[in-house]
Design a binder for this molecule. Structure first.
Ligand code: AMP
Ligand code: ZN
Length: 460
């Protein structure tokens, strides 16, 4: 077999072969940095990490690009409402630029906690205004844009297959629309460039051939993906919410500008749900990875929890299921540790593993294989080598885990380190708040002459 992946564009699983082997060019839509990423967002990055690891496991050299949306993503997908960054700035009393820094740093840290490999390129929308203006100009030049009082819009009626990715029913959308289109000609038309509202000064705005303002949300991905990966690359991915609007519009822009559909494969991760609803930042009802750590969970227990479902299936978050995942992970780690030094992986298990990975990243069946292996009577050293082989894709950090680390997860070490930095900066309030967080998670810190020493809090 070869690696099979479900391509949303074709609506089917297809064998994957790179356009220019052994390179695989991979683009993933990253965070909008107006707030913390929640564990739903993080589920999508875990899926993308498994994808990348599976590609690397298949022998490809992956070039992975992730964007950071730090301007232009409006509160409504219909190009109305406020810029989420400016709203975030108001909520926190900080500048839009400052909140971007804060949430980018937090995001990068959380990826580390989850063993998600960092991309080769992080690209920020605000660092690529020139490139975005160039793509918009090309789109306009080819006759796909029109002006309104509030911006420059993409004319979706010019593309006969607009909305193919999402199988959009354009007539239905057009007929059933209740929203006021303003000067937009079609309900699916979208902003390429928005003007700063007259008489107001935005925190983030730039001059352009069309007037002072800021780029529409979708143009950054087309412009930056083309800059770093070329106008037609292997795989584009993101969460399933991107299918009907954001990715549909990225494709429209690429069709107008490069005459391509931007990527050969379009992959989408399904949502994490909480109480039957999608978890979302805008509703304010979301859980951060910290909330899990504060309750004593290792972040990798969350990764393990995510591996228990296929990436294309919705997954409901529940504390009991997380506890189950944490116990299972502990069992796997303890078994792997007890096997001692590895010899060589078992061929039969490696073949079964490969087949499951190649079946559109079937991680629940990979986990099932782990348990089969643990129950098998193969020599311990072969079991250890086989589990480590699996872990190239699972990314559970089995090689470096020791029982001592079981007591103190990486996330607690990270909090202790942040506390140490606060102490050095004599920021006692932050240091105390971090100590309280660490205590709430069940650990205590003793400051010794050799530095801080962390240990589990004795239970009463
Ligand atoms: P955002 O920061 O809102 O731009 O989203 C960052 C990534 O998380 C995107 O790929 C979204 O599709 C994805 N995402 C948003 N909400 C969820 C959710 N509840 N479950 C899984 N992925 C999500
Ligand atoms: Zn994007």
């Amino acid at each position: 077999m070869t690696l099979h992946l479900f391509d949303t564009y074709a609506r089917q699983e297809r064998p994957f072969t790179p356009l220019a082997p052994p390179q695989v060019r991979l683009y993933a839509c990253g965070p909008t940095v107006y707030n913390y990423q929640h564990i739903g967002n993080l589920r999508t990055y875990i899926f993308e990490d498994i994808l990348r690891r599976a590609l690397e496991y298949s022998g490809y050299a992956v070039h992975h690009v992730v964007n950071i949306t730090d301007v232009g993503h409006l509160t409504s997908d219909a190009d109305t409402g406020e810029d989420k960054m400016e709203a975030g700035a108001r909520r926190t009393g900080l500048m839009a630029w400052e909140i971007a820094e804060r949430y980018i740093a937090d995001f990068a840290e959380k990826l580390k906690w989850l063993n998600v490999r960092p991309p080769h390129v992080w690209c920020r929308a605000t660092d690529h205004i020139r490139e975005q203006i160039a793509v918009i100009a090309a789109i306009e030049e080819k006759g796909y844009a029109y002006r309104t009082d509030d911006g420059l819009y993409f004319d979706t009626s010019r593309l006969s297959d607009y909305g193919h990715l999402a199988r959009l029913d354009i007539e239905g959308l057009q007929g059933g629309q209740r929203v006021d289109l303003g000067q937009k000609r079609r309900v699916t038309d979208f902003a390429l460039w928005k003007f700063s509202p007259a008489g107001t000064q935005r925190q983030m705005e730039w001059d352009s051939p069309w007037g002072r303002g800021f780029p529409g949300w979708h143009i950054e991905c087309t412009a930056m993906a083309a800059k770093y990966l070329g106008p037609y690359f292997d795989i584009h991915c993101g969460g399933e919410d991107h299918i009907p609007v954001h990715h549909t519009n990225e494709i429209a822009q690429a069709q107008a500008c490069y005459d391509t559909r931007l990527a050969e494969f379009w992959l989408h991760g399904a949502f994490l749900q909480l109480d039957g609803e999608k978890m979302s930042k805008s509703s304010g009802d979301f859980l951060r990875l910290e909330s899990l750590v504060e309750k004593g969970y290792d972040p990798l227990a969350y990764r393990f929890f995510c591996l228990g479902a296929r990436y294309r299936a919705k997954l409901s978050f529940g504390w009991e299921s997380l506890a189950g995942a944490a116990t299972a992970l502990d069992r796997l780690r303890t078994a792997a540790h007890a096997y001692g030094a590895p010899s060589v992986p078992d061929d039969r298990y490696v073949a079964a593993f490969k087949e499951r990975v190649e079946d559109d990243l079937n991680m629940p069946r990979v986990l099932a294989l782990c348990w089969e292996l643990v129950a098998d009577d193969l020599p311990a050293a072969a079991k250890k080598a086989t589990l480590l082989h699996f872990d190239q894709v699972m990314g559970l950090g089995l090689a470096k885990w020791t029982p001592r680390e079981a007591d103190i997860p990486d996330a607690i070490h990270a909090l202790a380190q942040q506390r140490q930095q606060a102490r050095v900066a004599k920021d006692w309030a932050t240091a105390d708040a971090l100590r309280a967080k660490i205590a709430a998670a069940g650990y205590e810190i003793e400051d010794t002459p050799q530095g801080p020493h962390i240990r589990p809090r004795p239970t009463a």
